[in-house]
Design a protein around this ligand. Structure first.
Ligand SMILES: Nc1nc2c(ncn2[C@@H]2O[C@H](COP(=O)(O)OP(=O)(O)OP(=O)(O)O)[C@@H](O)[C@H]2O)c(=O)[nH]1
Ligand SMILES: [Zn+2]
Length: 214
């Protein structure tokens, strides 16, 4: 199935100097050809030696395509920001945000938590939007490293904070349920930008808070 790459998330039009409109975060393209996808799942069942016409499997192509559609498309939202009138200049950190994504190698889920923080510049972000950006970028065929970097780069570009930090800890079913079967193994990735990357004290504070939250 074809979905637009996460890099096609883009702001909507319309900002003014005095009262910026929120950026509309949308996903371009990525329409799923449902009948073709259902045929492909039925073909896969046949190729695996199963009878897709059996009463037990008759609804399976539809359910599989519904599941992929849910995991690969996400709702648009407004990236609401507020002026940082009080000049808040310490870390804003959201911890234990749920992450669910699909490994692009095996089409199996990986899931865990993310800790996403930023050092505000001129604007602060509606807190829920950290989770929404993460969720939308995660609804894709991914590797954990790319997802981690995409969240950091996207926030750096659209919020223009002084720094961004993202840590993701996840379990990959392709690694725990099959293959090497390392049940319970977790993978940690991080992406740091701006002051959180360049300043040792800020970097240490962010990583230690993220570690405490783990
Ligand atoms: N770097 C990275 N690798 C991943 C991620 N998700 C899955 N993989 C790995 O992708 C690799 C694919 O390797 P292959 O050797 O082609 O696949 P495979 O034969 O199924 O490998 P095994 O999983 O070792 O059985 C595996 O090592 C997976 O563990 C991810 O998010 N990041
Ligand atoms: Zn995998």
């Amino acid at each position: 199935m074809t979905l637009a790459d996460s890099s096609t998330l883009r702001p909507g039009a319309g900002t003014t100097e005095q009262r910026p409109a929120p950026l509309r975060v949308v996903r371009e393209g990525g329409t799923i050809d449902v009948p073709a996808a259902e045929r492909a799942v039925a073909d896969l069942l046949s190729a695996l030696g199963r009878d897709p016409a059996s009463p037990h499997l008759a609804g399976t192509p539809r359910r599989v395509v519904d599941s992929f559609a849910e995991m690969l498309t996400g709702p648009s939202f407004d990236l609401t920001t507020f002026p940082n009138d009080e000049g808040y200049d310490e870390l804003v950190l959201a911890t234990a945000l749920p992450v669910r994504s699909l490994c692009e190698h095996h089409l199996l889920p990986f899931a865990g938590v993310a800790h996403v923080g930023y050092l505000p510049g001129d604007r602060i972000l509606g807190l829920s939007k950290l989770a929404r950006v993460l969720d939308l970028l995660a609804r894709d065929l991914q590797v954990q490293e790319r997802l981690t970097q995409q969240v950091a780069d996207w926030l750096q570009e659209h919020l223009a904070p002084r720094g961004v930090g993202v840590v993701i800890e996840a379990e990959h079913l392709c690694m725990s349920l099959r293959g090497v079967r390392a049940a319970g193994a977790r993978t940690t990735t991080s992406a740091l930008r701006g002051v959180l990357r360049d300043d040792a004290r800020s970097r240490g504070e962010f990583l230690s808070l993220a570690r405490t939250a783990a």
